[in-house]
Design a protein around this ligand. Sequence first.
Ligand SMILES: [Fe+2]
Length: 164
Amino acid sequence: MDASRNAAPNYRQALLKAYEDEVAGVTYFAELGKRYHDPRAGRTLALVSELEKVTAAALQPVLDRHGITYRDTELLYDLGREEAQAQVEGSWPEFVAFMLRDYPPYVEAFRDMERIAPADDRPALHLLTLHEVAIVAFAELEAAGAEDSTWPLRQFLDAALPKR
Ligand SMILES: [Fe+2]
């Protein structure tokens, strides 16, 4: 049976948005990383960009399975870059505060998607949740002044990419 017939329209929309946001996130975070003079910020946001790429790659087959069409990667990369360029210039701590405020609701939204997902989709959606958990965990550590604040990001990548 066609998997897409079992999926609610809002689930399909949420999948599309999640996937396209992750693809755009690849260039959004990479570009943003270039805006901060602090090399620590640049290195960190390059890692976040990697998380976005891994997550988008995991989601893509799910969308394909459901026959959901999505926009071209290069177009989404352009959108991500433009969004970073349009973002009001602020300090690195201000951006970390923004992450702490704006990203936790995504964890909840992704957990909700996992709950309504067909079984075949759950591993990719769990990865989606875990990548957001890792980013929020990083932001909490960074805001608290932890020296090694990026370990949740590295741990996620090590788990997702066993042969790095
Ligand atoms: Fe993301």
